[in-house]
Structures are given as C-alpha cells and as structure tokens.
Design a protein around this ligand. Structure first.
Ligand code: ABN
Length: 174
C-alpha cells in the first residue's frame, strides 16, 4: 500500500468510528437525559404566586372580612391601605397572625396583622374584633401587642391585614 492509500484508509476509519451505530445511540441517549432534566431546573411556579383572594367589602370598615382578628387603627383610614403602611411609617417585621373566612369563596385565609410604626397613633377607625385572641400573658396568642417593638421605631401608628396564605381545613389537618 502506498502512502496515499494508507492516508485515505485512516481517514475512512476515523469517519466510520465517529459515525458508528453505538455513537449514534449514545448521542440520542445523551439528548434524552439532557431533555429530562429541563423540568427540574428552578422556575417560577404558579404555587409561588401571591395569594389573591376574590374581594368583597369595604377595607375602611371594621366589618371587612380580613379584620376578623385585628386590634388597632385601620391603616386604610390613615393614608395607607389594608395591606400597605401610610407614607412615612415602617411596617413591623413581627406580627400577630389570624385566620379569617372570605365570604366570597368560603375559604379560610391566614392573615398577618403587621403594625405600621414611626408616627403617633392614627386615632381613626379603631377596630377590635379579636377572633382567636388570648390574654396578654400568652403573648404568642394575644393581639394586644405593639408589634412596632420589632421595628426601627417602637411608636405605633396603625395596623394592616395582609393575606399570607390559605389555611388548611380543620378536617384535613386531623
Ligand atoms: N397591634 C396593635 C397594637 C398596638 C399597640 C398596642 C396594642 C395593640
């Protein structure tokens, strides 16, 4: 065999090796494994979306469904809203948690009653519904607590009512 024959034989073997059946199957398998890992990658899922219950009622009225366990001045009457603090105040990072039934969909929602802090008390729309409230000596179960003690300023202004989740049904938690 002369030099040219040897050269082309080697090239042909290389090409055959690269395009053999085993290599082809290996390639398919690799792409299948790769594709199967795509759903495992971190993506924003619907369950992570904020809970937005259907709304009914007047957030400046103490009867509003989210206020079932509140004790304080409604921020909605004080320049804020049922879930935002008035300008110039800061939301307390620690809170009292209640569970209220939404009359529209009949579901129970977990509500966080964050106080707004840094201005003297608002003084309008005092609302004390106290559902589930326990005496002050059970501070973990009492809503009669100034949660601004955990904020930069401990001066209490008003309270918000923020939906943080859907509560388990009593029957499903047993
Ligand atoms: N969480 C409302 C509040 C603030 C100060 C004192 C009592 C209750």
């Amino acid at each position: 065999m002369n030099f040219i024959d040897k050269f082309f034989e080697k090239k042909a073997r290389n090409v055959a090796q690269l395009s053999n059946r085993r290599g082809f199957i290996k390639g398919i398998a690799a792409s299948l494994v790769g594709a199967s890992t795509i759903p495992l990658l971190p993506v924003a899922r619907a369950a992570d979306a904020p809970v937005l219950p259907q709304e009914a009622g007047d957030p400046s009225s103490c009867d509003y469904w989210r206020y079932c366990a509140i004790d304080g001045f409604l921020c909605d009457c004080c320049g804020g809203s049922y879930n935002t603090c008035p300008p110039g105040t800061e939301m307390s990072p620690i809170t009292w948690i209640g569970t209220c039934r939404n009359p529209i969909d009949g579901r129970n929602y977990v509500i966080s009653y964050n106080d707004c802090c840094g201005k003297t008390q608002c003084g309008t729309c005092l609302c004390q519904r106290d559902e589930g409230d326990r005496p002050l000596y059970r501070s973990d179960k009492s809503n009669d607590v100034n949660w601004c003690l955990g904020a930069t300023s401990s001066v209490y202004h008003c309270s918000t009512a923020i939906v943080v989740g859907i509560a388990f049904d009593e029957s499903s938690s047993k």
